[in-house]
Structures are given as structure tokens and as C-alpha cells.
Ligand binder design. Structure first.
Ligand code: ZN
Length: 411
């Protein structure tokens, strides 16, 4: 989807603000001799921005509005090196809440819902994003934050929570705990708004059936406001995203050229009205595609497909590019395995090996299942993995993001 002339005018406003503030990107644009873009082609020549650039701007190098207008900062986790600090103006906070409230509306959530929020509060954008959006909508918020499953379930029962906001891993953990305790009839949940990690159709079905709720995928990242920049509607044909606030391109991560709508590639986002820290052509490293055509819901907002992984999740094994989503898709075809799996890659005797751990219950012949799975992987990916079958419940569950791929080759 090419950038419209209206969006182009908005980008030029962002460029002006960046240069005037002489912030990190303002300097970069000035160095590149860019002050204005007048055509979509010129826009596609603008330099990309990367997470590493944002880190280099630590602590407040991204600040583009005057400090008197900054009301808050958020930060993305700094697991590798410095964190990224994003300053927000009051308008940024309000725009984010507007986008998030729209997400709730697309999911059919109303003022009469009671929204149970389990993502974390604090420096990151998770919990507070869900909360601002819910308050903008006018619903009742139950601001739990993560952990303490016992208390979560108690409040869920007593407060009659109708909407669960969580990661897919935590939603699965809650599903299993509710079943274990036999309290599903006391739980009033109707919908789940699930964010922040890729999840399989199998896991979605497990949670949806287990809790008897409708599920929605919410998209977002701290660098671009936070969660709430897109969500699927009830037709579940991809995530609508808010093109009045953002321009999204999908590029080939190798050639860095935009790909046609419908083709898979890396999501690149440009903010259109952000004040605190505008970003131009920010590379998310999330893999997806723009879904061409119109959604049956009639919304004019374009759609992104489910996130299929990260450009850096791509595993090169025995010279073959493998994505975790390919393994996931294969597992969909085996109803006897659970939604949980783990992939371990190691280097033994000069050769890469891939082990896949899956779970099943005692009624299945483990060795036979392992052979059938290994043969299927070989037929799709081209080499035979070692498949290890374990009892359901043995693989790790997590309150945050479950780590499914462990590459031991570079430890
Ligand atoms: Zn729709």
C-alpha cells in the first residue's frame, strides 16, 4: 500500500519537527541532506531506523518536543545492553488511548465490560496501555498486573471479569489452572485480548475452547506507542491497523525494498502524528504481510496478517532457513500433541542438529509419534530432526513470553 499524499504531508511535518528539535533523527536527516519528501518514491529512499539507533540515543536523545510538553517516558526491556527510552507528550498519550479504545471496540468490548489486565505495569507500555484504552472507552478496569495466579482467579470470580488481557502464555496457564480447579462455571470471561507474542492456531484453540471465549490479537511495540496499534475484528481476517496514526510498509529484509501487498516481509512503521519521539521507517523485524482487499466488516483500515515470527528468529540449520512458524504449522496436523513445544539447536561432531520437544498424553505411543513427526518435518523442511515426546505439562509454562527456540550452538 503506497503512501497517500495526506500521509506524505504528515511525514513532512514529522521531518520538520525532528530537524527543528535537532534530536537524534533530526541530525541523521540533516546529515543525509533531507528536509522534505515530495513523492512516494522519495519517501522510499528515506533512511531506515533501527533499535540499535534508538539505544544510541539513550537516555533522551529521541526527545523531539520541548521538555515542558513531555509528560511521561516508557522504556523497552534492555535484555541486551541499554534500554530504549521513548518520551511521550500529553497528545501522544491521548492518541495512544484513542487507538487502544478503538481496538477494544473492534473486539466488541463496551463500557459495560470489566477488563482484567494481567500484563505488567511500570516502565514498559503493556499494563498501562491496556488501562488507558479501557478508561478512554469507559469500561471498568481491574488492574492486576502479572503473577499470583491464586489472586488473579479470586478477583476474576469476585469481580466478574468479562475481558482478559494477557500474553498467550499466561492465558494458557490460567486456562489450565481454571480447569484444574474445576471453576470454569464461576468465571464470566467472554473475550480475551492477547498481545505481545506470536502464538499458534493450536494454542488459540486450546485457550478459546478451554475458557469458552472469543480471542483477539493485539499488535504494538514500545517504540511506536505500545500495544494497541492494531487488532483483528470478529471476522478474524487479519489485524486492522490505524493508518490515520501510522504508515506501514512491508519490505524484503534482504533487499530492503518494499514488497507488493500480499507478500511476506518485514513490517516497517512510520509515525504520522507523534510528538515526543517521531520515528521514520522504523524496522520492527516482525514478519507479516499486508492483506489485500476489503474485510467483510467494511472497515476502511487496512490489515496485517498474524505476525509469523521475527527476522532474527530465522534459524539457519544445515544451510536451510527455518522459521519456528513452519514447525508450528506441522504440529497443527497432529491433534495428539499439545500446543506447547520447544526447539533446541546444537552443534555436535561438526554437524547442526535440531531437537523438537512435544507433549502428549499417555494414550499415545511416544516412539511411533516421534517417528511420524520426524518424517513430516523432513518432508517439509528437508532434514530429519530428533523428536522427543514428553508427558503433557512437562514443558515450561510462563507468565510472560515462553521461549520456544533455544540455540545452543553459540553458547
Ligand atoms: Zn474487519
Amino acid at each position: 500500500m503506497r503512501i497517500s499524499s495526506e500521509q506524505l504531508a504528515q511525514v513532512n511535518h514529522q521531518i520538520d519537527a525532528l530537524i527543528t528539535a535537532n534530536s537524534f533523527y533530526g541530525k541523521k536527516l540533516k546529515e543525509a541532506g533531507i528536509t522534505h519528501v515530495s513523492t512516494p518514491e522519495a519517501f522510499e529512499e528515506l533512511p531506515f531506523s533501527e533499535k540499535s539507533d534508538l539505544r544510541n540515543a539513550y537516555p533522551l536523545g529521541l526527545m523531539t518536543a520541548p521538555e515542558k510538553d513531555i509528560v511521561r517516558i516508557h522504556s523497552s526491556s534492555g535484555t541486551t545492553g541499554l534500554p530504549v527510552i521513548i518520551p511521550y507528550t500529553a497528545k501522544d498519550v491521548d492518541d495512544w488511548a484513542t487507538m487502544f479504545a478503538r481496538c477494544y471496540e473492534y473486539a466488541g468490548v463496551t463500557k459495560m465490560d470489566r477488563i482484567h489486565i494481567t500484563p505488567g505495569y511500570g516502565l514498559w507500555t503493556a499494563g498501562i496501555g491496556f488501562q488507558n484504552g479501557a478508561e478512554k472507552l469507559g469500561a471498568m478496569v481491574i488492574p492486576m498486573g502479572p503473577g499470583n495466579t491464586e489472586k488473579q482467579l479470586q478477583m476474576m470470580k469476585d469481580m466478574g471479569s468479562t475481558v482478559l488481557c494477557s500474553t498467550s502464555s499466561y492465558a494458557l496457564l490460567l486456562t489450565e489452572e481454571i480447569e484444574k480447579r474445576g471453576i470454569r462455571d464461576q468465571i464470566k470471561l467472554k473475550k480475551g485480548i492477547i498481545g505481545s507474542e506470536r502464538w499458534s492456531a493450536k494454542m488459540r484453540k486450546r485457550i478459546g475452547d478451554g475458557l469458552g471465549i472469543e480471542l483477539y490479537d493485539i499488535y504494538g511495540l514500545t517504540e511506536i506507542y505500545g500495544p494497541g496499534i492494531g487488532i483483528n475484528c470478529k471476522y478474524n481476517t487479519g489485524m486492522h491497523y490505524w493508518d490515520d496514526f501510522l504508515y506501514i510498509e512491508v519490505i524484503d529484509p534482504q533487499t530492503l525494498k518494499p514488497v507488493p501487498d500480499g507478500e511476506m516481509g518485514e513490517i516497517v512503521i512510520t509515525t504520522l502524528v507523534k510528538e515526543g519521539a517521531p520515528l521514520i521507517r522504523y524496522r520492527t523485524h516482525d514478519l507479516s504481510r499486508i492483506i489485500p482487499g476489503q474485510c467483510p466488516c467494511g472497515s476502511k483500515h487496512p490489515r496485517l496478517d498474524t505476525i509469523m515470527g521475527r527476522t532474527d528468529d530465522m534459524m539457519k540449520i544445515k544451510g536451510v532457513n527455518v522459521f519456528p512458524s513452519q514447525i508450528e504449522e506441522i504440529l497443527q496436523g497432529f491433534p495428539e500433541v499439545s500446543s506447547e513445544y520447544q526447539i533446541r539447536i546444537s552443534h555436535l561432531d561438526g554437524k547442526d542438529t535440531m531437537r523438537i520437544y512435544v507433549e502428549t498424553n499417555g494414550s499415545v505411543n511416544f516412539l511411533d509419534l516421534a517417528d511420524r513427526l520426524a518424517a513430516k518435518v523432513k518432508s517439509v523442511i528437508g532434514f530429519t530432526p530428533l523428536v522427543k515426546v514428553v508427558e503433557t505439562g512437562l514443558l515450561p509454562r510462563s507468565e510472560k513470553k515462553t521461549k520456544r527456540v533455544i540455540d545452543e550452538r553459540y553458547d
